[in-house]
Design a protein around this ligand. Structure first.
Ligand code: 2IT
Length: 450
């Protein structure tokens, strides 16, 4: 590592010794930035670009107290990490999941900064959430929790300040309750304070599907590079939340098939692909019980393999981890390599450990695409929701979808170009990190030492 990078990395490590996820993403990004930093080390060092990028603008942590349906009190931890505002108001989702810590928030906020930059929209980086999980809670409990959470968060956010959205555990229902409480407390119609809203009160068409659709649009560009089309391709996905579901739907529309998908309880193998009414069934199944995908196998008479992941299956062309971080470790990476699959398209935020990522990138028959670029269609469409809220106007689904497609093509092209310019050849991982970095770095240098 270049000595400036090494110094900053050592400082980050010394300052955050227990933050494994945050250190993992910093290391991964730094590795990619090496050729760029080497060329401009003096400038970046003079403006403290790397050390400022690794320290959030501010972090807010608060207690969330709520009562369950039996009147029993519960205390959760709420977070909002406002990471970087060089190119726009803080923007990024809220994650409600029992394993959320400040470390999770920092890793996601750091990644969000580069991802948002790639969209070329005016969006800074932020992330928030809580160690509260909506799984197994009643609707009334989720509402009370969201209201308690927003009662603290509202003073830190705003349409020109910080604009949260959904992530794992936060969908349309939660955003609705959060928005209602924000409006009640502030007594204003600041429609753009949250994205992922319902269409009846300022949401954007296509936002629920946007991350999955965008991932498939990006994939189409990768395939094009190799003279291939998506038609007839077989895809294995992990996760069937909003993101996985969006992938299934768009893949089916474009003549490809998701033939494997995994949930917390095991995986499904449906050789005919998830198409037609099966897509609706997945929504129903998820709403009833998000921890089990086996009911799909029972309903459609297909194979269910309990207690394991679908990585390493031989009869697919493309792998798309779309569940959560560190889904693919070295052991799974080896199985993926041995399977002969050609495309490894990250979709979830940091779904691959750094060691596994290195193995997959080294493997000659595999092309790796990074999540920061691949999943950026979600936040880009959040940006489109903000634009519509500012205009007090709604675009049609076709208009939003068209903008999403253009954005994904541009992200892909910018990544390819950035890697080539840095002398790295066709390297989507490094290219994505570099392209995202350059815009933020330029803005930070222009705005001085703040
Ligand atoms: O990880 C992500 O990019 C998101 N959860 C979406 C963020 C957003 O503001 O739409």
């Amino acid at each position: 590592m270049h000595q400036y990078m090494q110094r900053v990395y050592d400082e980050v490590k010394a300052r955050n010794p227990h933050e494994k996820l945050f250190l993992q993403t910093v290391e991964e990004v730094f590795e990619s930035l090496e050729p760029i930093v080497e060329k401009n080390a003096e400038l970046y060092e003079k403006y403290g670009v790397l050390e400022r990028m690794c320290e959030p603008d501010r972090m807010i942590q608060f207690r969330v107290t709520w009562a369950d349906d039996n009147g029993m009190p519960h205390v959760n931890r709420g977070f909002r990490v406002q990471f970087n505002s060089a190119i726009g108001p803080y923007k990024g989702g809220l994650r409600f999941a029992s394993d959320v810590t400040l470390d999770t928030m920092k890793f996601l906020g750091f990644e969000q900064t580069f991802k948002n930059s790639l969209t070329s929209l005016p969006l800074g980086g932020g992330k928030g959430g809580s160690d509260f999980s909506p799984i197994g809670k009643s609707d009334a409990e989720v509402m009370r929790f969201c209201q308690a959470f927003m009662t603290e968060l509202w003073r830190h956010i705003g349409p020109d300040v910080d604009v949260p959205a959904g992530d794992i555990g936060v969908g349309g229902r939660e955003i609705g309750y959060l928005y209602g409480q924000y409006k009640r407390i502030k007594a204003v119609w600041e429609n753009g304070v949250l994205t992922g809203k319902g269409f009846s009160y300022g949401g954007s068409l296509i936002r629920p599907e946007a991350t999955g659709y965008g991932a498939v649009y990006y994939l189409v560009e990768v395939l094009k590079h190799f003279g291939e089309t998506i038609e007839g391709k077989r895809i294995a996905v992990s996760g069937y939340g909003n993101v996985g579901w969006g992938i299934m739907k768009k893949a089916a529309q474009l003549g490809a098939k998701v033939t494997y998908f995994a949930g917390p309880d095991g995986y499904i193998h449906d050789p005919d692909g998830v198409t037609g009414d099966k897509l609706d069934f997945i929504l129903e199944m998820r709403a009833k019980d998000p921890m089990h995908c086996k009911p799909y196998a029972d309903k459609y008479g297909v194979e269910f393999v309990p207690g394991t992941k679908c990585w390493g299956v031989k009869d697919v062309d493309i792998i798309m981890p779309a569940a959560t971080q560190n889904d693919v470790n070295e052991e799974w990476a080896q199985k993926i390599i041995d399977s002969g699959v050609k495309y490894y398209i990250e979709v979830a935020n940091m779904p691959t450990t750094n060691e596994a990522l290195a193995m997959l990138r080294k493997c000659e028959h595999i092309t790796v695409a990074p999540s920061k670029a691949v999943n950026a269609g979600g936040v880009a469409t959040s940006g489109f929701e903000m634009s519509q809220n500012s205009m007090r106007y709604n675009w049609t689904a076709e208009e939003v979808d068209e903008k999403l497609q253009v954005t994904m093509k541009n992200i892909y092209a910018a990544s390819v170009e950035a890697a080539e310019k840095a002398g790295l050849g066709y390297d989507l991982v490094a290219g994505g990190n570099i392209a995202g970095f350059l815009r933020v770095a330029d803005a930070m240098i222009a705005q001085g030492l703040v």
